[in-house]
Design a protein around this ligand. Structure first.
Ligand code: RB5
Length: 149
């Protein structure tokens, strides 16, 4: 898969660890994050990767900030994005199975590297189940469309 990864200043080392992990699984990883330790807004980096996922240029996106929350909220502002803000693997797995999430976010200050790898593993190896969940996801996207008018 082609996977985009973005981060603010808190997530540089985590981004590198996750990039190496994804590449070791055979994925292509594109960097949309900062590589400078100077304090910066998570909004800039989250929007960059979310735009590419929404445009269909990436299969999945991952975004990292201190908590995973700020960058996750930004990603979810981009139409077409369903970003799971996650700190354990169970939710990451079900975000794909039931919610067809196309982005994962987590906090570099919340989870350690090994937990982050488990979260990422569940996210990228789980397929959407479809069926009744497809109806619910479509229903969710209708809410977005309604509010975009
Ligand atoms: C940066 O200090 C921090 O606010 C940011 O990384 C993120 O956690 C915001 O939600």
């Amino acid at each position: 898969m082609k996977i985009g990864i973005a981060n603010d200043h808190t997530g540089i080392e985590m981004k590198q660890e996750i990039t190496n992990y994804l590449e070791s699984m055979g994925h292509e990883v594109v960097n949309y994050g900062t590589d400078e330790h100077q304090s910066t807004s998570y909004v800039i980096w989250g929007e960059k990767v979310a735009n590419e996922v929404a445009a269909g240029n990436l299969d999945l996106g991952i975004a990292i900030c201190g908590t995973g929350l700020g960058i996750g909220l930004v990603c979810n502002k981009v139409p077409g994005i369903r970003a799971c803000i996650c700190s354990e693997p169970y939710t990451a797995r079900y975000s794909r199975l039931h919610n067809n999430c196309n982005m994962l976010t987590f906090g570099a200050r919340v989870v350690g590297v090994e937990m982050a790898k488990m979260i990422v593993h569940e996210f990228v190896t789980t397929e959407f189940e479809g069926g009744r969940h497809a109806e619910r996801v479509n229903q969710m996207m209708e809410v977005e469309k309604k509010h975009l008018k």
